[in-house]
Design a protein around this ligand. Structure first.
Ligand code: 5GP
Length: 196
């Protein structure tokens, strides 16, 4: 066998599903798992830090990276651009680290095309009502913005059944009823998929 590389885990979830909390906990416990820090043109929220949550860049900076093919994937989400840096992901994988990508469904579709062997997990809310409640509780978006996110979430659920390269987009689907259980399931998936 040649040198094995790390594995790429793509977690997609609608906004307000609890993915950020989940990822934070997973990363804390698993030293071989590293996050990919995305670039975004969205302004930072109060609690967010540049270089930790995202790299916050201008539209011009984002376009420049895109033009030099610096993104493994990128997408426009809720009026802002988001992209996964190609080089950083590749370097982590070469160092045999498992890499965690928290991206939207459009981005997951692109990754599926360019890296079909990645593991695709979709985290979904138990219901639309529950998702609405969580978004309202977070309080970071306006009413209009919440409506938009709910619409996108419904579309994303439909798109999940899409096939790319003759394979279904999603390898695993976790319904996040209980954050602790969801974390255990995700941990088990990562363990099972990183061996070999
Ligand atoms: P938020 O603005 O709430 O942090 O993220 C909005 C959406 O953009 C979420 O669904 C999040 O997963 C997604 N997102 C974050 N980074 C990336 C990225 O690099 N690429 C893509 N395609 N989506 C991303």
């Amino acid at each position: 066998m040649g040198l094995s590389k790390g594995r790429l885990f793509v977690i997609s979830a609608s906004s307000g599903t609890g993915k950020t909390t989940l990822a934070r906990e997973l990363l804390k416990d698993d030293k071989n798992l590293v996050p990919s820090i995305s670039y975004t043109t969205r302004p930072p929220r109060a609690s967010e830090q540049n270089g930790a949550d995202y790299y916050f860049v201008t539209k011009q900076e984002f376009s420049a990276i895109r033009r030099r093919n610096g993104f493994l994937e990128w997408a426009n989400v809720f009026g802002h651009s988001y992209g996964t840096p190609r080089k950083e992901v590749e370097e982590h994988l070469k160092r045999r680290r498992n890499v965690l990508l928290l991206i939207d469904v459009q981005g997951a579709k692109t990754v599926k095309r360019v890296r079909p062997n990645a593991v695709f997990v979709f985290l979904s809310p138990p219901s639309k009502t529950e998702l609405k409640k969580r978004l309202e509780k977070r309080g970071t978006e306006s009413k209009k913005e919440i409506q938009k996110r709910l619409r996108v979430a419904t579309r994303e659920l439909r798109e999940l059944n899409a096939m790319t390269n003759g394979r279904y987009l999603c390898d695993y689907r976790i319904v996040n009823r209980d954050i602790h259980k969801a974390r255990e399931i995700l941990r088990a998936i990562i363990r099972a998929e990183s061996s070999g």
